[in-house]
Design a protein. Structure first.
Lengths: 351, 1262
C-alpha cells in the first residue's frame, strides 16, 4: 500500500529542527523602554496636592503682586494730550489744512504740574493713539540693508512706495522713515530755567552699533512730491540719529509711546513745567491722538498697575480656591481610592 | 421573490465586479488575449491548452501564460511614486496643505515658503516611507513564498529543486508529504498504488479533514521519476477562474511512443490539486502544473486588502473640518476687516502714512479694487492661520503609531516561546482601534484549538474512567477561599462583633481548605502522572492503564469496547520511527478523532496493526494469554455520513462469530439500542452530560452479535442496494443499514478533547469581563462547534440555547420561501423567549447552522436575526463558508455599529479579517494568507488579551490625548496670530518671526507630544489586566468624545485669549524696562511666544500622568531649547536675525517684567484646566483615577482586600467565560455548603456549649 515512504517523510520530520536555533534570536530583547517599564513618577492629584498647589500660587503671587504694585506706585507719570489744544478749533479738514500748511504757526505752550516728586532720569515720551505702525504695508517698507551699509544705499527694493525720489534712491528709504515723527518739545521750569532733554542713548544699543551704520548719511530724504514727516540732518550719520532709530523700531500696537529723551534732573512736587512744542505731525487726518508723557521708571519699567493687580487677584483667587477645597475636603471628604466612585459600584450591573 | 439567494448573489456580484476593477487597475487587462483554437476544446472560456511535460512550449505566445510569481504588493519600483502620491493627496487635509504650499511660493506668503513646504514634504514623505516599508514587508513575504522549493522534472526523468516562481505551466512536479502545492496541479500519480492522495485544504476553506483526490487510471503508471522521460500529454481546460470546486477539462495522452495523441480523458475536480492546499498522509505525488501564479484559483479568490482607517482618525477628520470651518471664518473676518479699511478713498486718504493712494500699489491694499484686495487678504489669511490645522499632527501621529507598533512588536509578553514568533503589528494605522473593540469574531480551528485531538475520558459499563475534578470545580473551590476573605472584610466593615464573624468564617474556611488541599494534591498528582507523552492521548486512570482492566469484573464488555475502538474506523497504521523500539504505531485516518481512538486502543492493549482489503489485524490482550494477534474479516463497512451520524463495521472474528460494531452520536445510538442493551444507559447518559459540559467531544460505542442467517439475509439486500444505480441508491443504502443497526448493546462512551490552545479559556474569560462579545464562526459541524463552545466557556450548561437550523437544502423557490418563514419563526420564537423572561441571570446563546445562516442573513430578516444574536451572550455559527464569514462580519459591523475584530488563521478567514475593523491573523500555523491579510498577527490566540486590554487600552488613550492636545496647542498658537490681526487693522501682519513659526510645531512642542503618544500609561500593564473594566472606557469612546473635543477647543480658545490680552495690556504702552524703553513688535512677539511655549508645555505636563525621564527631558528641554534658540538666533549678525538681533540678551532677558509676565500668563492660562481637573477628580472621578489612587496613592496598601474585591467587581457581569461558570458553580457549592452547615448546626445545637455561637452564626448568615 505505501511504497517508498522513508525518503519523503524524513524531510517533513526534519523541518521543525531547522527552526529551533532561530527561536532565541527572535525573542525581543529586554530593555526597560521597550517593555514600557521605565521607572516613572505617577503624580496623583490628591487633596494635599491640590491645596498645596493653590497655596503655592497664593504664596508666590501675592508678594509679587504687592512688590509690583509698590513699584508702580513709586512711578510718577504725567500724560498730557496736546493734539486738540495745540491747534485752532475747527473741523477736521481745517485742522488737517492747518497742520499741512508750512507757514502756519505751530508753536504751542503747555504747562504741566508735577504732582509728586520725580526723580531723575525722567523719561520723555510722545504717545500716539490710533496709529498703525504695525500695518503690514508700513512695517515692510524699510531696508535694513541700506540702513546698515553705506554700500547698499541703492538697496531699496523693499521700500515701496518710498524707495526713490527724483530718480535717486532715498536714504533712509521706506514709509517708516518717511513718516518720521517731528514734533519737538522743550521744557523749562516755573523759574524759566531750561530743563535739558538728553536725546542720547534713547535707542537700543544694538541698533546704534550694528543696525544703523555710522557711515550712512541721509540722502535725498523728504525730497519727493509728498513730504511725510520729519527731515534729517544730512551731516549726521544714521547711527546718531536716535529719533529715527527709535521711530524705526515699529510699535506693536496702535497705541504706543516712543522715547523722546531724558531729563536728568529731579523735579520737585508741585513744580510746573512749561513745555514749548512744535506741533507739526499730522495725526488729524486719521483722528489720532498725540500725548506728551513724562515718566519715571522703577525696576519694573513704567507705570503699570495692571500687573500688580493681576498678580494679587490670581493670588487671591487661588487662596479662595485653596480654602474652598479645604472646606470641601473637610466637609465632604472623598477618600483616596474610594471604590464607591468606581463606575461598576456606582451603577452596578449597568456598566 | 426577493429571497435570500438573490440578495447574496447581489452582494457577490458586487464583490466580483470589484475584483474585475482591480484587475483593470493592475493592468492585467493588457494580458495577451487567450488564443482561440476553434477546432479544439476551445469555446470561449475553455481555451487553455497545457502541454504536459513540455513547458518550453509555454515560453512563447500563444501559449505563454503568467508565471508562478505571486505578488501581493501594492506598488512596484515604478508605480510607487505616482500611486503613493495619489494615495496621500486623497486626504483632504493634505490637499489643503498642498494648496497652502503652492500659495506660499507667491508673494502672498506671510512667511518663508520653506516653513510651509518642508512640513508637507515631511508628512507626505513619512507616510510614503511607511507605505513603502509595509509594502516592502509584503514583498519579502512574497519573496519567501515565491522562493519555496519544489522538485521539477527537467527531462530524462531527472527532477531538480526549483523555486516556485520559476515554475511554468506544463511542468511536471513532485510534491512530497506535508508540502504545499506550488500551483494548481493535475494529479498524475501518487505514492499509493491506486493513485489516491490526501489533501488538506485548510487554507482554502478552513476544513481540517482530509480530502481524497484520485488520479486518472491512464496516468497511474507514471509513479516513478524515471518514467516521466516519456510522458507527453495535452490538457485542454477552462480558463482561470475563482471557483474552488469546479474544474472542467480533458487530457489527451499519447499512449505508446507514437507521436499521435490518441485518447482523450475527461478531467474532474478530483484530479485537481489546488495551490496552497497541502499534501498529507501521502508520501509524494506527481502532477502537471495547469494554472500558475495569479491564474490559480486561490489567488483569484483573494481580495485586495482594503486600506483601513481607524475610527479615531475618521473622527479626527471631522475635527479637522471643524477647525477648517474656524479657519475659513477667521480668514473671512480678516479679509472683510481688511476690505473695510482699504475700501473707501476717504479712509485710504486718512491713513496718509501708508500712502495707499500712491501709484505703486500693493495688490493686497488697493483702495481702487477693495474686493480683489480682500480676496488676496483671504488667501493670505488661509495660509497664516493654517496653524489651526496642524500639518504636524499627521506627522506626529505617524511617528507615534510607528513607535507604538514597535513597542507592541517588542513586548516580551507577546512572544511565543514555542513558535519563536511574536505579536506583530503589520499596519500601525489601527493601534488605537485595539482599545475600542466590542465584538470579536473568531475562527475555531487553529485559532482557538490546536487542531489536535486528545483522548481524555471514557465511560465503560457505566463507570467513568479518566475523570478527575474538572477545572471549573477546582477553580470554584479555590475562589471560595478568596470569597471568604472578602466576606470577612465585609463583616469587619459592619458593626457586628468581629469575634462572631471570625468564628463563622473558621467553620467554612476549614472545609474549603480541606477541599482545596485535596485538589492541590490532585493537581500535584496530575503533574507527576499526567502527560503520558503520547500525542493524542491524555488519559490516566490506573484502573485501565497497563492492562489493569483485565482484573475487572466484566471483561467481555471491556474487550468489546476496545474492539470497537480498534476495528470500527477507516484508518491505516503507519510506522512510527521515533518509537520503533516500543512497537507502537502511528495512525492516519480521515478524521483526527479516529486517530485518537486508535492510539487509545493501542495504549489499552488493542493494537490495530494491519489492514488488508478484507481483514483487519489487531494485537489483542487476552485476559488469559498475554498477547495474541487476531484477524477480523471485514464484512461490511457502513460509512459515516453527517445525516447518519454513526458508523458501523460488520466483522467476523476468528471463531466465526459476526459482530456489528457501531460508534456514533449519543442520541442516534440510544435510539437504536435493544431492550437488553440499555443496562448502562442511565449512567452513561450522566457521564456524557458531564463530558459535554467540559467541552469534550463524545461518541457512544455499541455492538451487536449477528447470527449467520440473519447476516446472510441482510447482506443480500445490502448488496442489492449497493448495486442499484440511480438517485435512490443512497436512500436505499441508508434504509438497509438502518435494518441491521438496531437492537444494539450499549458499551459506553468516549470523550475526546479538541485541544484548546494554551490560555484560550483564560483569555476568553478576561475578554468577556472586559465587555467584549465573542462570536464563534467555524466551518466545522455543529457538534464540534458546540463542544468547543463549552470547552472555552462560551457556552454553559445552564444556558438557554437556541438552535437555528434547516433540515434540507433549498431546491425550489417555494422551498426557500418556506425556509425563510421557518427561520423567521425560529428567530421570533427565540426572541420572544429572551424578551419575556429576560432577567440578568438568564444567559442565552444562539447556535446557527450555515444553511440557516444563509437564509437568516438575507435582506428582509437579517435585522431580526442580528437583533436576536446581539442579545445573546454568545453566538456560534457553524458550517459557514469563508464568504459567509465575511458577510457576517460586515453585517455585524453595520448593524451594531460596534468595533469588530476578526481573528483567524486560515485562508478561509481572509475575507473576515479584511472585512472587520481589525483583522488578526494567527501566525502559528504554516499558512500565511491570514497573516498577510491581517492588520496584526499573533502566534497564539491568548495574546489577544494583552494586545487588547493592555496595548489597545494604552494606545487608545495615548492617541486620544495626543490629538486633543494637538488641537489645543494649535488653536492656542493660531488664534494669537488672529488676535494680533485685530490690532494691526487686518493688514495681515505677523507678530512672530518666521522662524518661530517653523520652530513651534517642529521642535518646541513636538517631542513632548510624541512622548505622550508613546509612553503615556494611565495604569501599568498588570493593573490593566487586573481591571478589565478599564477597557470599557475605550469601548464607550469617552476619551475622544465630542464633549472632550469641544472642551479642549474651548480651552485652547480661552488660553489664546488670556495670552494675547494679558500680554497686550501689561506690556503696553508704558515702559517695560527700567531704562524707559517700550516694547516694539519684536518684543511683544517674543514675550507672547515665550508664554505660549511655556503654557503648552506645562499643559502637557498636566495631562501626562506617567513621567519617566524621557517626558521630563522632552517637556522641560523644549522650554529650555526655546531660550537656547533665541540666544543663537540673536547672536547671528543682524543681516540674518533682523528684528531678533540680541533680543534675549539685550532687551528681554534683563527685564524682570518679561519674566513675571510669563509667570502670570502661564498660571492664568493653566488655571481653568487645573480647576476643571481638580473638580473632576474630586467629584466625578473616573475609574482610572480611582484605580491610580488605589494603586499609587497610598504608601501602604492598607487593605489588600479592597484591591482584590474591586478587582472582582470590576469585571463586567458576563454569562460567558470561565469565571462566569466558576461563579455559577460557587453559587451551587455555597448552597451545598449551606445545607451541610445547617445539618451540622442542627446536630450540634443539642450541645449547650455551642448553642450561643451557632445562633450568632445563623444570624450572620442571614
Amino acid at each position: 500500500m505505501n511504497a517508498n515512504a522513508p525518503s519523503s517523510s524524513s524531510g517533513g520530520a526534519g523541518s521543525p529542527d531547522v527552526n529551533a536555533p532561530r527561536r532565541n534570536s527572535k525573542r525581543p530583547k529586554y530593555s526597560r523602554f521597550t517593555q514600557q517599564e521605565l521607572p516613572a513618577c505617577k503624580p496623583i492629584l490628591t487633596p494635599k496636592w491640590v491645596i498645596s498647589a493653590f497655596m503655592l500660587v497664593t504664596v508666590v503671587f501675592i508678594p509679587i503682586g504687592l512688590v509690583s504694585l509698590f513699584a508702580s506706585r513709586d512711578v510718577v507719570e504725567i500724560v498730557d494730550r496736546y493734539d486738540n489744544a495745540c491747534i485752532p478749533p475747527g473741523t477736521k479738514s481745517q485742522k488737517v489744512q492747518h497742520i499741512q500748511d508750512a507757514r502756519s504757526n505751530k508753536t504751542c505752550v503747555r504747562s504741566l504740574t508735577v504732582t509728586k516728586r520725580m526723580k531723575q532720569p525722567i523719561y520723555v515720551y510722545y504717545q500716539l493713539d490710533n496709529y498703525y505702525q504695525n500695518h503690514r504695508r508700513y512695517v515692510k517698507s524699510r531696508s535694513d540693508q541700506q540702513l546698515r551699509n553705506r554700500g547698499d544705499e541703492n538697496d531699496t527694493s523693499s521700500c515701496d512706495p518710498e524707495n526713490e525720489a527724483n530718480g535717486m534712491s532715498i536714504v533712509p528709504c521706506g514709509l517708516i522713515a518717511w513718516s518720521l515723527f517731528n514734533d519737538t518739545f522743550s521744557f523749562s521750569t516755573r523759574n524759566n530755567s531750561q530743563l535739558n532733554v538728553n536725546k542720547r542713548e534713547i535707542s537700543w544699543k544694538s541698533d546704534r552699533d550694528e543696525k544703523f551704520g555710522s557711515d550712512v548719511f541721509p540722502k535725498n530724504f523728504q525730497n519727493g512730491s509728498l513730504i511725510g514727516g520729519g527731515r534729517l540732518n544730512e551731516s549726521i550719520p544714521l547711527s546718531q540719529q536716535e529719533d529715527l532709530i527709535v521711530w524705526m523700531r515699529t510699535a506693536a500696537l496702535p497705541t504706543f509711546r516712543k522715547l523722546y529723551g531724558k531729563i536728568e534732573v529731579d523735579i520737585e512736587e508741585g513744580e510746573t513745567i512749561n513745555v514749548v512744542l512744535e506741533n507739526r505731525y499730522n495725526t488729524y487726518s486719521f483722528s489720532g491722538k498725540k500725548k506728551l508723557v513724562l515718566s519715571t521708571t522703577s525696576w519694573l519699567g513704567g507705570k503699570n498697575n495692571f500687573i500688580g493687580i493681576a498678580y494679587l487677584s490670581v493670588g487671591g483667587l487661588c487662596f479662595l480656591l485653596a480654602s474652598t477645597f479645604t472646606i470641601i475636603y473637610l466637609v465632604k471628604p472623598r477618600h483616596l481610592g474610594d471604590p464607591t466612585y468606581l463606575s461598576w459600584n456606582r451603577n452596578p450591573g449597568g456598566h | 421573490m426577493p429571497t435570500k439567494k438573490s440578495s447574496s448573489t447581489n452582494s457577490f456580484k458586487k464583490k466580483r465586479s470589484k475584483v474585475k476593477w482591480s484587475n483593470l487597475y493592475t493592468f492585467s487587462c493588457f494580458r495577451p488575449p487567450p488564443q482561440l483554437n476553434p477546432s479544439e476544446f476551445g469555446q470561449p472560456g475553455f481555451t487553455r491548452v497545457v502541454f504536459c511535460n513540455d513547458s518550453v512550449k509555454h515560453k512563447t505566445k500563444p501559449y505563454k501564460y503568467y508565471g508562478n510569481n505571486v505578488t501581493t504588493t501594492k506598488y512596484n519600483v515604478i508605480t510607487f511614486l505616482p500611486k503613493s502620491l495619489f494615495e496621500q493627496f486623497r486626504r483632504v487635509a493634505n490637499l489643503y496643505f498642498l494648496l497652502v504650499a503652492v500659495l506660499s511660493v507667491t508673494s502672498l506668503a506671510p512667511f518663508t515658503p520653506l516653513s510651509l513646504i518642508a512640513p508637507l514634504v515631511f508628512v507626505v514623505g513619512i507616510s510614503m516611507l511607511k507605505e513603502g516599508v509595509e509594502d516592502w514587508h509584503r514583498f519579502v513575504q512574497d519573496l519567501e513564498v515565491n522562493s519555496r522549493i519544489v522538485k521539477v522534472h527537467i527531462g530524462n526523468g531527472v527532477f531538480v529543486d526549483r523555486t516556485w516562481k520559476l515554475l511554468r505551466v506544463g511542468d511536471v512536479v513532485k510534491v512530497n508529504k506535508n508540502e504545499y502545492f506550488p500551483g494548481d496541479l493535475l494529479l498524475l500519480s501518487s505514492s499509493y498504488e491506486d493513485g489516491v492522495c490526501y489533501v488538506e485544504t485548510m487554507n482554502l476553506d478552513g476544513e481540517t479533514n482530509l480530502k481524497i483526490k484520485r488520479c486518472l487510471e491512464c496516468t497511474l503508471g507514471f509513479d516513478e521519476d524515471l518514467k516521466f522521460d516519456k510522458f507527453k500529454g495535452v490538457v485542454r481546460c477552462e480558463d482561470p477562474n475563482s471557483s474552488l470546486y469546479t474544474f472542467v477539462g480533458n487530457l489527451e495522452l499519447n499512449d505508446d511512443d507514437e507521436d499521435q495523441l490518441d485518447s482523450s480523458y475527461p478531467l474532474s475536480p478530483s484530479q485537481f490539486l489546488l495551490r496552497d492546499s497541502k499534501l498529507q498522509n501521502t508520501d509524494y505525488v506527481y502532477g502537471v502544473v495547469i494554472f500558475t501564479g495569479s491564474d490559480t484559483k486561490v489567488v483569484r479568490n483573494s481580495m485586495k486588502s482594503p486600506s483601513k482607517r481607524s475610527r479615531i482618525e475618521r473622527k479626527m477628520d471631522q475635527v479637522i473640518y471643524v477647525l477648517f470651518f474656524m479657519l475659513l471664518l477667521i480668514s473671512l473676518i480678516a479679509s472683510v476687516g481688511s476690505v473695510q479699511y482699504t475700501d473707501q478713498d476717504q479712509t485710504a486718504k486718512q491713513w496718509w502714512y501708508l500712502e495707499l493712494m500712491k501709484e505703486k500699489i500693493d495688490v493686497s491694499f488697493d483702495p481702487n479694487k477693495p474686493l480683489a484686495s480682500g480676496f488676496y487678504q483671504f488667501l493670505r489669511a488661509l495660509i497664516l492661520y493654517g496653524y489651526l490645522i496642524p500639518i504636524s499632527l499627521y506627522v506626529s501621529i505617524e511617528v507615534v503609531k510607528f513607535l507604538q507598533a514597535m513597542l507592541i512588536n517588542n513586548d516580551r509578553h507577546l512572544f511565543d516561546e514555542m513558535s519563536g514568533k511574536s505579536v506583530e503589528a503589520r499596519t500601525s494605522n489601527l493601534n488605537e482601534e485595539l482599545g475600542q473593540v466590542e465584538m470579536i469574531l473568531t475562527d475555531k480551528t487553529g485559532t482557538l484549538t490546536c487542531n489536535q485531538m486528545e483522548f481524555r475520558k471514557c465511560s465503560i459499563e457505566g463507570i467513568s474512567y479518566g475523570g478527575d475534578a474538572n477545572e471549573i470545580v477546582r477553580a470554584a473551590s479555590q475562589r471560595m477561599n478568596i470569597d471568604i476573605e472578602s466576606y470577612r472584610f465585609n463583616l469587619d466593615g459592619d458593626d457586628s462583633t468581629p469575634r462572631d464573624s471570625v468564628e463563622m468564617v473558621e467553620i467554612s474556611s476549614d472545609q474549603v481548605n480541606e477541599s482545596r488541599n485535596r485538589i492541590l494534591d490532585g493537581e500535584y498528582d496530575m503533574k507527576n502522572v499526567g502527560g503520558t507523552g503520547i500525542k493524542g492521548f491524555n488519559f490516566r486512570d490506573k484502573r485501565l492503564m497497563n492492562k489493569m482492566w483485565v482484573h475487572g469484573s466484566n471483561v467481555w464488555d471491556m474487550m468489546m469496547f476496545f474492539r470497537v475502538m480498534a476495528l470500527c474506523h477507516t484508518g491505516i497504521p503507519v510506522e512510527n520511527e521515533e518509537q520503533l523500539g516500543s512497537h507502537k504505531l502511528k495512525y492516519e485516518a480521515e478524521s483526527p478523532e479516529e486517530v485518537t481512538f486508535l492510539i487509545a486502543a493501542q495504549e489499552f492493549g488493542f493494537q490495530f496493526c494491519r489492514r488488508t482489503q478484507s481483514s483487519v489485524f489487531v494485537k489483542e490482550i487476552d485476559p488469559s494469554a498475554s498477547e495474541v494477534e487476531r484477524e477480523y474479516k471485514l464484512l461490511n463497512l457502513l460509512e459515516f455520513s453527517s445525516s447518519r451520524k454513526r458508523m458501523s463495521v460488520i466483522v467476523r472474528d476468528e471463531y466465526g462469530q459476526i459482530f456489528l460494531l457501531c460508534k456514533g452520536a449519543d442520541n442516534i445510538i440510544f435510539d437504536r439500542l435493544g431492550d437488553g442493551g440499555r443496562t448502562y444507559q442511565h449512567a452513561t447518559t450522566m457521564h456524557l452530560a458531564n463530558y459535554a459540559e467540559d467541552g469534550l467531544r463524545t461518541m457512544v460505542f455499541a455492538y451487536k452479535k449477528i447470527e449467520d442467517f440473519e447476516y446472510e439475509e441482510w447482506n443480500s439486500s445490502f448488496s442489492k442496494a449497493k448495486a442499484t444505480i440511480g438517485p435512490e441508491r443512497d436512500e436505499l443504502l441508508e434504509n438497509v443499514s438502518e435494518n441491521i443497526e438496531k437492537d444494539l448493546v450499549l458499551l459506553g462512551a468516549v470523550a475526546v478533547d479538541d485541544k484548546l490552545q494554551d490560555g484560550v479559556a483564560e483569555c476568553i474569560d478576561k475578554l468577556a469581563q472586559a465587555g467584549l462579545k465573542i462570536w464563534l464562526l467555524t466551518g466545522d459541524k455543529k457538534e464540534t462547534a458546540v463542544n468547543i463552545g463549552f470547552a472555552c466557556s462560551l457556552l454553559r450548561h445552564d444556558m438557554h440555547l437556541f438552535h437555528l437550523s434547516l433540515s434540507r437544502d433549498a431546491e425550489s423557490k417555494n422551498q426557500i420561501k418556506a425556509m425563510k418563514d421557518d427561520i423567521l419563526n425560529q428567530i421570533e420564537a427565540s426572541y420572544q423567549v429572551i424578551t419575556n423572561e429576560k432577567t440578568k441571570d438568564d444567559p442565552f446563546a444562539v447556535v446557527v447552522d450555515g444553511k440557516a445562516l444563509e437564509i437568516a442573513l438575507s435582506n428582509d430578516i437579517r435585522d431580526e436575526f442580528l437583533q436576536l444574536a446581539v442579545n445573546c451572550a454568545s453566538v456560534i455559527c457553524c458550517r459557514v463558508s469563508p464568504k459567509q464569514k465575511a458577510l457576517i462580519t460586515r453585517l455585524v459591523k453595520r448593524y451594531t455599529g460596534k468595533m469588530t475584530l476578526a481573528i483567524g488563521d486560515g485562508a478561509n478567514d481572509v475575507g473576515m479579517i479584511q472585512e472587520a475593523d481589525i483583522g488578526i491573523g494567527i501566525s502559528g500555523m504554516e499558512g500565511m494568507q491570514a497573516v498577510m491579510a491581517s492588520d496584526f498577527s499573533m502566534p497564539q490566540f491568548r495574546f489577544l488579551e494583552r494586545l487588547l486590554i493592555v496595548h489597545g487600552h494604552w494606545c487608545y488613550k495615548r492617541i486620544s490625548k495626543m490629538i486633543l492636545y494637538f488641537v489645543y496647542k494649535n488653536i492656542v498658537f493660531g488664534l494669537t496670530l488672529f488676535y494680533y490681526e485685530i490690532y494691526s487693522r487686518f493688514s495681515g501682519d505677523v507678530l512672530y518671526d518666521g522662524w518661530y513659526m517653523v520652530m513651534f510645531n517642529l521642535f518646541l512642542t513636538s517631542l513632548p507630544v510624541i512622548s505622550l503618544g508613546v509612553l503615556e500609561q494611565d495604569v501599568s500593564s498588570d493593573v490593566c489586566l487586573q481591571f478589565p473594566a478599564l477597557y470599557q472606557q475605550g469601548q464607550k469612546g469617552i476619551f475622544f468624545s465630542w464633549k472632550r473635543i469641544i472642551g479642549w477647543m474651548g480651552n485652547g480658545i480661552l488660553t489664546s485669549l488670556v495670552i494675547s490680552i494679558l500680554n497686550v495690556y501689561i506690556l503696553s504702552p508704558s515702559a517695560f524696562r527700567e531704562g524707559g524703553q517700550v516694547v516694539d513688535i519684536a518684543h511683544l512677539g517674543v514675550i507672547t511666544y515665550t508664554t505660549i511655549v511655556w503654557t503648552v508645555n506645562c499643559q502637557i505636563a498636566l495631562i501626562i500622568t506617567h513621567f519617566t525621564w524621557i517626558q521630563h527631558i522632552f517637556i522641560w528641554g523644549s522650554i529650555f531649547s526655546w531660550y537656547i534658540f533665541l540666544l543663537f538666533y540673536g547672536a547671528l549678525p543682524p543681516a540674518y536675525s533682523n528684528r531678533e538681533y540680541k533680543l534675549l540678551v539685550e532687551a528681554v532677558g534683563p527685564a524682570p517684567m518679561c519674566w513675571i509676565v510669563v509667570l502670570l500668563v502661564v498660571v492664568i492660562s493653566l488655571l481653568p484646566y487645573f480647576i476643571y481637573m481638580v473638580i473632576q477628580r474630586t467629584f466625578y472621578p473616573m475609574d482610572d483615577h480611582i484605580i491610580q489612587e488605589m494603586k499609587y496613592g497610598r504608601k501602604v496598601v492598607v487593605d489588600d482586600e479592597m484591591w482584590l474585591r474591586e478587582k472582582q467587581s470590576s469585571r463586567k457581569p458576563t454569562h460567558i467565560g470561565f469565571s462566569a461558570r466558576v461563579d455559577a458553580k460557587i453559587l451551587y457549592l455555597k448552597d451545598q455548603l449551606h445545607k451541610k452547615r445547617m445539618f451540622i448546626i442542627k446536630s450540634i445545637t443539642n450541645s449547650p456549649i455551642r448553642r450561643s455561637i451557632t445562633i450568632n452564626t445563623l444570624e450572620n448568615r442571614d
